[in-house]
Ligand binder design. Sequence first.
Ligand code: ADP
Length: 490
Amino acid sequence: MGNLNIVFIASEAAPLAKTGGLADVTGSLPRALQQLGHRLTIILPFYRRHLFANNIRTTPLNRSIGMWADGAQHHCPLHEAVVDGLRFVLVEQDELYDRDGLYGPPGGAYDDNLLRFLLFDRVALEAAALLDEPVDILHCHDWQTGMIPLLLKTQYQHHARIAGARTVYTIHNLAYQGIFPADWIHRLGLPSHYFHQDGYEFHGQINCMKGGIEAADAITTVSPSYAEEIMTPEYGCHLEGFLRHHAGRLHGIVNGLDVDHWNPATDLIIESPYGPGKVAGKKRCKAALQTQCGLDEQTDAPLLTLISRLAEQKGIDLLIANVATWLERGWQLVVLGSGDMHSEQELHRLAAAHPRQMYFHCGFDEALARRIYAAGDIFLMPSRFEPCGLGQLMAMRYGNVPVVRATGGLRDTVIDYQADKARGTGFHFIEATPAAFDRAVEQAVSIYRRPGAWSRIRSRAMKRDSSWQPSAKAYAKLYESLLYPKGQDG
Ligand code: ADP
């Protein structure tokens, strides 16, 4: 079919503004869809200082959208950026979007987040309605854009260019649902007749993600395993029953990577390029990182690595519980991340006590992340839950063999060596306990000590096809099934 007019509306997209995996997806899936012949536009807030810091060149579109919200008129000029052939439309409202954080100060959230993102949602719908061609698909992501499908159905049907669009809503992380007090319904003019238990009401409050699940034509999440898991009490964050009710519209499509952007053979930031079967460069990357981080330059010490938001979800406590033991065994550890204050303090304390074996950088730093993916032997992802996870995909591509908890997308993308020695690309553990994590890492290190077996695992990991192609095709098929339901072709 091809040539659909697809609009992504999201709260972040790489390389313009990024806090995590959502930005990787909204920055790279559109390119893969474009390569299939579709037309893509991505609408984002104009995060002035982030765009500036990331060297994004923007042009004003000479259109401004005025919008009432919370008792005030907001003027929102539109801008455009074209980055690597992808078109972004950016919604300016400096008071709301020109801040140090995208969602809040470190470890927190801004009080006016519902105003910020509901205003963005409305202006984004108006901006989509101004596009040259009618929109076929509006693809929304996470709680910040969850109310869009409902707004489209209830309040935006007078815009001919978007009225017939089908909506897809992707849950990147069910744990962040966008829950706010009900008095915002009137302050923001939300459709109050949908504020009930089959709509966006949740224990007397507004739940933006629930709105998206209810109103979108299709719901997706970012791996088949997570799609199953979120319909269970263990992972469902109190929406499992609601999701089971809508299971017929729920699809699990695994995330891919922009494999050109994440490629150790062409990455200009790492010390030395390398690829599967040609790993001399990887050794130089390891030595360079050891020097940069003040670690002992031991080529044979296994270098364990972790790059992550420091949040409860990510199982950082399982790491912290093991650090002292692992360092006693002579292993090395490099951690990059920020978030939860207690984890930050513990990691600082451990790194200060063992400066020649452990390094912790507290912050968000993509250049350092690339050097760590390239330098590491073993990549740790002990997540309690993981919708898809991109860290393990990047790590595999850079030959940094992952040890992961067998959950969600980690289970779907990393093949456990213990279960399948001929195909293994990493190591799984099941119980979310320090002991189970330790056993898996110990197994990984014992194979690391057998260079032949290790280089086979590493090479399989590096050769894994993590490209977007198969998943972009699955999304395109889903879009087409919404636009041309079976039996109504032609
Ligand atoms: P999540 O979206 O839950 O944070 P993912 O594994 O899906 O987790 O994606 C995380 C993305 O953010 C990856 O691209 C990872 O490299 C990047 N990342 C996480 N923490 C940092 C950090 N401190 N500095 C640089 N990049 C980071």
